[in-house]
Design a protein around this ligand. Structure first.
Ligand code: HEC
Length: 155
């Protein structure tokens, strides 16, 4: 009970991931059972994606990529970001964040996709999906079902 109370107090004090009902837990097992992209390196320090990243797509998302980016309900795509080691770009540095998109028709404000960010340890980071995520995806790739990557990334 004491622990519960502590949690509630903590939740009131900070944006609480436990109460952020919109943000699901990071799917387990994606690293071993989903389709993985090649290693993608961004060396432009001004880019949000400066570093190394890998895309992971579940079976439904792969259907969507094959249909030229028209994704069925429930499709899930994850990106894992790692730091870039300045002294050895061939080696991944520590993981720094994970992001998820899940096709969910209830998410009308964000184009029918749920957007969620996680820490390197997979804990919800409670970022606002509209201002932190959707605006960029909408501005650049609304015509591709809001998804930047394509089937070519998984070959
Ligand atoms: C400034 C623009 C920008 C912002 C902000 C942004 N993204 Fe992205 N996102 C991209 C780009 C560019 C890619 C493509 C990366 C690649 O092709 O390797 C991408 C890829 C993704 C993907 C893989 C599917 C795809 O579109 O290729 C997911 C999942 C994703 N982002 C989730 C998020 C989440 C969640 C947030 C907010 C926490 C976010 N993004 C914020 C630009 C952005």
């Amino acid at each position: 009970m004491k622990q519960m109370l502590a949690l509630v107090v903590l939740c009131l004090a900070v944006a609480c991931p436990v109460l952020a009902a919109q943000q699901p837990a990071l799917p387990t097992g994606y690293a071993t059972s989903w389709k993985k992209s090649a290693r993608k390196v961004v060396t432009d320090k001004n880019s949000l994606f400066y570093g190394v990243h890998y895309l992971y797509a579940d079976a439904k998302a792969m259907q969507g990529y094959r249909a030229a980016n028209s994704f069925p309900e429930g499709s899930r795509i994850i990106v894992e970001h790692f730091n870039l080691k300045a002294d050895n770009p061939a080696v991944d540095g520590p993981k720094n964040m994970v992001v998820l998109m899940k096709k969910d028709k209830r998410q009308q404000a964000t184009g029918g996709w749920l957007y969620a960010g996680y820490t390197a340890q997979g804990k919800p980071s409670g970022l606002d999906p509209v201002s932190t995520c959707f605006e960029c995806h909408r501005n650049k790739v609304a015509h591709r079902d809001y998804v930047f990557s394509s089937l070519a990334d998984f070959k």
